[in-house]
Design a protein. Structure first.
Length: 315
C-alpha cells in the first residue's frame, strides 16, 4: 500500500494505459487465429509426451498466470519469492536503498477438474533508507495468510481460449510499499486467459486483475493488465517474455490515480522430472507516471526492478 496520498495526475498516465490496451488487443487477437495455425516447417519437436509430462499452462509464463487448474485430487506444494528493488531517493545526493521481499508457501488441491482451492502463508522483509515518502526501516517476519479459489470456465484444449476466474482473500501484517507494521485485508480478483498458438510449442496469455485493499480507515486499490508469450524451446523448457501495466489508486474503487508503471521482461520455466518445476521472471520498468514526480518513470509508488522465483511439486 502506498504510504502517502497525492492529487490525481492528469497529464502522464495515458501512455501506459494505452500500452496496456495494446496488450489486450494484441493478445486477444490470438484468439482469432485458427487452432495451431502456426505449425510451421522447421518448428522444433517439443512434444509433452516425449518429455513424459502433460503441459500445464498455469506456471509457464512468469508473473502472468495461465488458466489451467489442477486435476481432481491433484495436490501442489510451492514456495515462491518476489523481490522489488529501487525507488526514488528522498535526497538524490545521498545513497538510498529500497529492497522489499515477500516469500510464500502455498498448498493447492483440485476438488474437480475445473475447481482448485489453495491456502498460503507469507513472510516479508524490507530494507528501506532515504526513499521519498517512506520512513527508513529494516526488518520483517510473518506477513499473513491467504486463500485462493480458481474456477476454470473454458479449457484452451477444447475452446478457442482458456478462461479462469480467481479470487484470493488475504490478510497481511506489513505494508507492501513501506514495510511498516499494519494489519490489512485485500480481495484480489483476477481473470486468466490463455491460448495455444502453436501446438505444444507457443502459448499466449492475458491477465486482468482488480485488487482492492483495506487497512483501518485507509482504502486503496490496484489494477494490473499483463500479456505474455512462452515458447517451448525443448521438451519441458520454456522461454518467454511479458508486458505488464500496474497502477495504484486511492479508494477501493479505483477512485484517484496515484501512480502507474509499465514493465517488460523475460521469463523461464523448466520441468524438473514429471512432477516438479522451477520458474523465474524479471521485469524492468520502461515507462510510468506518478501523481507527484518528474520524468517518464513512476519510482514513487512502483519499483524499477521486480524479480520472481518459484519452485513447485505436484503429487
Amino acid at each position: 500500500m502506498p504510504a502517502s496520498r497525492h492529487p490525481i495526475a492528469r497529464k502522464s498516465h495515458r501512455a501506459p494505459l494505452l500500452a496496456s490496451a495494446c496488450i489486450c488487443a494484441g493478445f486477444l487477437g490470438l484468439a482469432t487465429l485458427p487452432a495451431q495455425a502456426a505449425d510451421l516447417p522447421g518448428t522444433p519437436a517439443a512434444s509433452a509426451g516425449d518429455a513424459g509430462y502433460e503441459i500445464d499452462t498455469e506456471n509457464i509464463f512468469g508473473f502472468t498466470e495461465g488458466s489451467d487448474t489442477n486435476d481432481r485430487g491433484e495436490q501442489e506444494l510451492s514456495i515462491s519469492a518476489v523481490g522489488r528493488f529501487n525507488r526514488a531517493a528522498e535526497d538524490s545526493d545521498a545513497s538510498s536503498t529500497y529492497h522489499a521481499w515477500e516469500g510464500e508457501l502455498e498448498y493447492e488441491y483440485g476438488f474437480t477438474r475445473n475447481l482448485t482451492v489453495g491456502v498460503s502463508a507469507s513472510f516479508a522483509h524490507a530494507d528501506i533508507s532515504n526513499i521519498e515518502d517512506l520512513d527508513d526501516t529494516s526488518g520483517g517476519g510473518f506477513n499473513g495468510l491467504s486463500a485462493e479459489i480458481k474456477y476454470r470456465l473454458l479449457s484452451w484444449e477444447h475452446s478457442p481460449v482458456g478462461l479462469t476466474l480467481a479470487i484470493e482473500p488475504e490478510w497481511s501484517r506489513f505494508d507492501d510499499d513501506s514495510g511498516a507494521r499494519v494489519d490489512g485485508f485485500g480481495l484480489p480478483i483476477r481473470l486468466l486467459i490463455d491460448r495455444e498458438i502453436m501446438s505444444e510449442t507457443l502459448f499466449g496469455a492475458i491477465n486482468l486483475a482488480y485488487e482492492p485493499e483495506w487497512a483501518g480507515s485507509d482504502k486503496e486499490s490496484g489494477l494490473e493488465i499483463s500479456g505474455a508469450l512462452s515458447w517451448q524451446a525443448a521438451p519441458g523448457f520454456f522461454l518467454g517474455g511479458e508486458l505488464r501495466y500496474l497502477a495504484g489508486f486511492e479508494g477501493a474503487g479505483l477512485d484517484s490515480f496515484e501512480g502507474g508503471a509499465l514493465y517488460l521482461g523475460p521469463s523461464l520455466y523448466t520441468q524438473l522430472g514429471k512432477s516438479a518445476y522451477f520458474k523465474a521472471a524479471y521485469s524492468y520498468q520502461i515507462a510510468g507516471s506518478a501523481s507527484e514526480g518528474e520524468g517518464n518513470l513512476d519510482l514513487i509508488s512502483h519499483e524499477k526492478h521486480q524479480l520472481l522465483l518459484k519452485l513447485g511439486v505436484e503429487f
